[in-house]
Design a protein around this ligand. Structure first.
Ligand SMILES: Cc1cc2nc3c(=O)[nH]c(=O)nc-3n(C[C@H](O)[C@H](O)[C@H](O)COP(=O)(O)O)c2cc1C
Length: 146
């Protein structure tokens, strides 16, 4: 079985949360997305995030470039309040406080032994470390879409 590395927890607190006044994401230019994206720690916990919205951003993340298109990222989504709370129990105190009430947690991971390999052998001196690059890119797509 491939080893999975958990490297980050991303929180979807409110879709398009940094772009007030935009009702439809299609009305937002890519420049505006890049310039207004922020790490949101003060959010409206009553705002619903639907499974369809989560699927949409995961599909976008799936389109990120990766080593030989190996797509090593894997995401695990806690979408019910109970499951989101269970994930919150696993994170550090500061993040636990800033994510209070977050309706959805997305745990971001990557599978080792895929990226950076050619015909099953490590391709260069970075060894089995390329997955972190792929996962970072994939996470960037994810947060921009969110
Ligand atoms: C790899 C990585 C890990 C991060 N970890 C945390 C974290 O644990 N808690 C948190 O509140 N923000 C975290 N951040 C968000 C950064 O603090 C934030 O991006 C930075 O302060 C710049 O602010 P901005 O995203 O609003 O532009 C992380 C960002 C990156 C790229």
């Amino acid at each position: 079985m491939k080893k999975v590395v958990i490297i980050a927890i991303a929180i979807v607190a409110a879709m398009s949360c940094g772009r007030q006044g935009s009702e439809s994401s299609s009305a937002v230019s890519f420049d505006e997305v890049l310039e207004t994206r922020r790490s949101i720690r003060d959010f409206d916990a009553s705002k619903e995030v639907t499974e369809a919205q989560v699927r949409e951003i995961l599909t976008t993340a799936q389109g990120a470039p990766s080593w030989t298109n190996s797509q090593p990222s894997r995401y695990y989504v806690a979408i019910s309040p109970d499951k989101a709370d269970a994930v919150r129990e696993l994170i550090g105190e500061r993040n636990k406080q800033s994510t209070k009430g977050a309706p959805v947690f997305i745990v971001s991971t990557f599978v080792k032994g895929l990226s950076g390999f050619s015909r099953g052998k490590i391709f260069n001196e970075i060894g089995d470390g390329w997955g972190a690059y792929d996962n970072g890119l994939s996470n960037a797509y994810l947060v921009l879409k969110a």
